[in-house]
Design a protein around this ligand. Structure first.
Ligand code: ATP
Length: 287
């Protein structure tokens, strides 16, 4: 599900970059058309600076009536914890984590961050504090600089360069004819899958959110690139509450906890060793 494209500030970024461009406008329409109709309640308040203690309390969700996808999830995540979600395709991993930036609302139950219910926070003030590094990286036709700055509008040149360096983009920038000002995307330099992921990571460093959602790529990169990207992601996760949608098990061994989802419920929870020792679904997946 491509649910991770649509924070409101991204729409703003597109409008700012392409006030007249037809491509930008189309993209804007597209984003707007798919933006779920979630409005701030009249008494919603600005979210405070979040630490990232997350609590799912009896959370259920269904896209279509009477077809539950998430079933009565109770889960408390400590600020700073790295927690990975695994399970068979269709188990509900992506859906569960899409509830956090409120792309969808729970059908029942509630989700709190630092004790405050999500639906009581203004959507924008919540989403500003959640970084999403998705496998579907959205690059628009503009400069590399603009594409990185998308993480936080108004970032300075040195902030952009520092984020690029942390995402290991410096070698690419140095190799491009116009560096950060090189046009990328369809009308410019095409970036590889690994380079696009680095742009997404740079955006997240720039945004510097307390909460991070990583939607791990399903498509394989070469092992050297994969290791470099994993390094950047590990550094990005430091000091943040990090929730990983894991499609492969190799990269999540070091997660503090692993949640095994099955048909929308938590089947097992523990760290890698504990789950292996239990001889259940995780042990089977890992063998
Ligand atoms: P994968 O590992 O394949 O990405 P997942 O565990 O992330 O799977 P989800 O993508 O959350 O699982 O999907 C859970 C279920 O919800 C699936 O049966 C899927 O078909 C269904 N689903 C996902 N998005 C929608 C939608 N927008 N409308 C209706 N059903 C949906």
């Amino acid at each position: 599900v491509g649910v991770f494209y649509r924070p409101l500030e991204k729409i703003a970024a597109v409008i700012e970059t392409y006030p007249r461009g037809i491509a930008g406008f189309r993209r804007y329409q597209e984003l707007l058309a798919t933006e779920p109709e979630i409005a701030d309640s009249p008494d919603a308040v600005e979210a405070p600076a979040l630490r990232g203690n997350i609590s799912f309390e009896g959370v259920s969700f269904e896209y279509d009536a009477d077809r539950p996808i998430i079933r009565d999830i109770d889960l408390t995540i400590r600020a700073g914890e790295t927690i990975a979600f695994v399970g068979p395709s269709g188990a509900g991993k992506t859906t569960l984590l899409a509830l956090l930036p409120r792309f969808y609302e729970p059908t029942s139950g509630r989700i709190t961050v630092d004790g405050m219910e999500l639906s009581h926070m203004r959507l924008n003030s919540l989403r500003k504090q959640i970084g999403l590094v998705s496998q579907d990286v959205f690059l628009f036709g503009g400069t590399l600089r603009e594409n990185i700055a998308y993480g936080r509008l108004g970032a300075t040149d040195s902030e952009i360069r520092s984020a690029a360096a942390q995402a290991q983009l410096t070698a690419l920038i140095d190799s491009l004819p116009e560096g950060l000002d090189t046009i990328v995307g369809e009308r410019g330099v095409m970036l590889s899958g690994g380079q696009k992921q680095r742009v997404a990571i740079a955006r997240a460093f720039l945004k510097n959110p307390p909460i991070l959602i990583l939607d791990e790529a399903t498509s394989a990169l070469d092992s050297h690139t994969e290791r470099e990207i994993q390094d950047s992601l590990d550094r990005l996760a430091v000091g943040r509450t990090t929730l990983i949608i894991a499609h492969r098990l190799g990269t999540i061994r070091n997660a503090d906890r692993i949640v095994v989802l099955n048909q929308g419920s938590i089947a097992e929870i523990g760290n890698h060793e504990e789950l292996l020792g239990r001889g259940g679904i995780y042990a089977q997946l890992a063998s």
